[in-house]
Design a protein around this ligand. Structure first.
Ligand SMILES: [Zn+2]
Length: 265
């Protein structure tokens, strides 16, 4: 009880002493369709969560990138939207956010199916290594997705979705489900969709969603999360079972929200 009271007091103090400026917040909420359709109550909660996130996480620029307060606010607002109905503590394991100016090169050892070790060189827009490791983002990618409309793409949501997935161990495409959810239903919906996407690619068909989702179940969860928030209509149209499970998991109905934003409500 005391701990809860103390946390409440600390949050109040952060909101009072380190607020996100009105202009910055207003610009974010209007410029990015990601936030359209949220109710006034949801927007108020989002702002509180983003403010606390921005204050508590350590933002660090790499390769000369300066992380401005606007950039920090933009990243924080997106992370807060992801966990709006899950709670900020689901992202407690991640304290550092490293921002590169653009896609960065990563060299690491990879083990192939035969167990052989090879050097892999990848150019990435984002990365999250482990539950308590940093989230790494390329700012040009994140910025383009915020200012233009890139349905199906959001590197910030993608990387933090990996963090949620890792709450119950290794990233395997299934975060800890809520008590009212059913593991078998989740598994059925996701594996069916994953196999369908892989079959499309194997037959050189146009994939229903970004082919990167076919890399692994973990990437499938992260990519479908991007669609869930930025292109919910497309996700529901192609993978209704996945949409339904993500709706239950994130406790948000993004398609309903997008439709009510379109109709001016
Ligand atoms: Zn990923």
């Amino acid at each position: 009880m005391i701990a809860k009271w103390l946390e409440h007091f600390r949050v109040r103090r952060i909101l009072k002493r380190f607020p996100i400026p009105h202009e910055t917040w207003h610009h974010l909420m209007t410029a990015d369709p990601l936030f359209h359709g949220l109710s006034a109550v949801e927007k108020a909660r989002l702002r509180e969560m983003a403010t606390v996130f921005l204050h508590r996480k350590y933002f660090k620029g790499a390769q000369g990138q300066v992380v401005t307060s606007e950039m920090g606010a933009a990243i924080s607002a997106q992370a807060a939207l992801l966990v709006l109905n899950l709670g900020l503590d689901t992202l407690d394991g991640c304290n550092d956010i490293i921002v590169y100016p653009s896609a960065f090169r990563v060299r690491r050892e990879a083990h192939d199916e035969l167990g052989l070790v090879r050097q892999e060189d990848n150019v990435l827009a984002g990365e999250s290594w482990s539950y308590d490791g940093p989230v790494v983002l390329a700012w040009d990618e994140a910025e383009a997705e915020l200012s233009e409309n890139h349905p199906g793409h959001n590197v910030v949501l993608h990387e933090f979705a990996h963090k949620l997935d890792m709450l119950n161990g290794k990233a395997n495409g299934m975060p800890p489900l809520h008590a009212e959810m059913n593991r078998a239903v989740w598994t059925q919906a996701f594996s069916q969709a994953f196999e369908h996407l892989q079959a499309q690619l194997a037959h050189y068909h146009n994939p229903d969603i970004n082919s990167y989702a076919a890399t692994s179940p973990a990437e499938f969860f992260a990519v479908t999360t991007e669609y869930f928030f930025t292109a919910p209509k497309r996700l529901k149209q192609h993978f209704p079972g996945v949409y339904e499970q993500l709706k239950q998991y994130y406790r948000q109905d993004t398609l309903h929200r997008a439709q009510s934003a379109d109709s001016g409500f």
